[in-house]
Ligand binder design. Structure first.
Ligand code: GLV
Ligand code: MN
Ligand code: MN
Length: 410
């Protein structure tokens, strides 16, 4: 089994073909969750998996499961996968890599006529990015019982469309959600940061992921004319927002080492050049590997938001919409990934994930591990996101070994 090889060229070709769906001019992908483009990517995944002999099903939140039977169908499956939705200016690899690496493992097992003891399932999780429907990792979170199914289906995008309605519309609403044991879950992903490239390592053996909190803040002041309204009487919501943006950045620096702090979305209303902004909606993304430090960042943000509102006579609506504590992956699965890197002879190191992944929620219901490969200049959530075909193949080869380790193969 140690000699079994995935086909790196086939994996690369599949990645490039998938990247045609929602391709952007700058070489990236815009495939927001539950859009028509998401449907097209799901249709293509289904075609490929059925051609590889898998049975494809989907659950009530649209998570997809492509099952390759095992010798013993009573054994819980070894699952692997990631997501096919992207950021609005996303790359070709974030998510699609983990899904298509899983498919390539199935194809390689087929080519070599290998029967695993446990079934293998390749999973596509719904709405991992949280870009259209906040928060992140909704499909895997609902599957793991972290999110209530009905509440998840009721999440709205900024245009008022519900996640459940859009899921119906694209035809991927199935039955049931979660409550199914898994022997293990593995997810391959680009690192999305610079560490592996800097350290000249091919494989990141992921030991866990840092904690995250997401916030939505609305500041309400008073719209008025930009000319006749004296500075002293203004209630300018954008000025309050500006001081929150600055505070978020300061908190990120104050809580080093480890903190990340971002205002990623800001909507100023009415957004007219000669009207003083009456309302601003903004989001904050906080991350830290230490949950106590993350809680302290929360307190600092709340204080800064209250101060900004008071200083500009604004009403403040402050909501923490999501909290996901730091995660430690299963020692045996982490060990299986490390062993896979050793079998393949790849330079490897242990690493903590800075990004959120569906593996974080799968870790709540199954022994879980992740495999990282480097990406160019550590850049992701950007259309220029890139990785070498050699590294992409190496990560998939490690995934194959890790899956065989847990599923048992003959
Ligand atoms: C998911 O892409 C994240 O925000 O980490
Ligand atoms: Mn991802
Ligand atoms: Mn992402």
């Amino acid at each position: 089994m140690e000699n079994l090889k995935i086909d790196g060229a086939r994996l690369w070709d599949s990645l490039m073909e998938m990247a045609q769906i929602g391709a952007t001019e700058k070489g990236g992908v815009n495939r927001l969750a539950l859009t028509d483009l998401d449907r097209k990517s799901r249709d293509l995944f289904t075609r490929w998996c059925e051609a590889a002999g898998c049975t494809v099903t989907y659950d009530a939140i649209g998570n997809m499961f492509a099952r390759r039977p095992g010798r013993d169908e009573s054994l819980p499956p070894v699952m692997t996968g990631s997501h096919l939705d992207s950021q609005p200016t996303g790359g070709k690899f974030d998510g699609a890599y983990g899904v298509l690496a899983g498919l390539e493992v199935v194809r390689a097992l087929n080519d070599a006529d290998v029967e695993t003891d446990a079934p293998v399932e390749v999973v596509v999780w719904t709405n991992e990015e949280g870009s259209r429907f906040a928060p992140s990792m909704v499909g895997s979170g609902a599957y793991a019982g972290v999110f209530d199914l009905e509440e998840s289906l009721a999440i709205q995008d900024r245009d008022g469309n519900t996640l459940g309605g859009e899921l119906q519309r694209i035809g991927y609403k199935g039955e049931g959600c979660g409550n199914r044991p898994a022997t293990a879950y593995f997810e391959a992903h680009i690192e999305q940061g610079p560490i592996l490239e800097d350290q000249k390592q091919t494989i990141g053996v992921v030991s866990g992921a840092q904690g995250q909190r997401w916030y939505e803040i609305t500041l309400t002041g008073r719209e008025s004319h930009a000319g006749p309204t004296p500075m002293a009487v203004r209630r300018d919501a954008l000025v309050g927002a500006a001081s929150i943006v600055t505070a978020v950045n300061r908190i990120g620096h104050d809580f080093q080492p480890g903190a990340c702090a971002t205002v990623g979305m800001i909507e100023s209303s009415p957004n007219s050049r000669n009207v003083i902004p009456g309302e601003v909606f903004m989001t904050v993304d906080f991350r830290h590997p230490d949950d106590d430090r993350l809680a302290a960042m929360n307190d600092a943000l709340r204080a800064a938001a209250e101060e900004a509102a008071a200083a500009n006579t604004l009403e403040l609506d402050f909501n923490q919409i999501w909290s996901c504590p730091a995660t430690v992956f299963d020692a045996d699965c982490v060990g299986a990934v490390r062993k896979g890197a050793e079998i393949g002879g790849y330079a490897h190191m242990d690493i903590v994930s800075g990004a959120g992944h569906d593996a974080v929620y799968m870790a709540k219901v199954a022994p879980t591990g992740m495999i990282f490969v480097p990406c160019e200049d550590g850049i992701s959530h950007n259309e220029i996101e890139n990785a070498t075909s050699e590294d992409i193949a190496a990560g998939c080869q490690v995934l194959l070994h890790a899956i065989l380790d847990r599923a048992g193969g003959h």
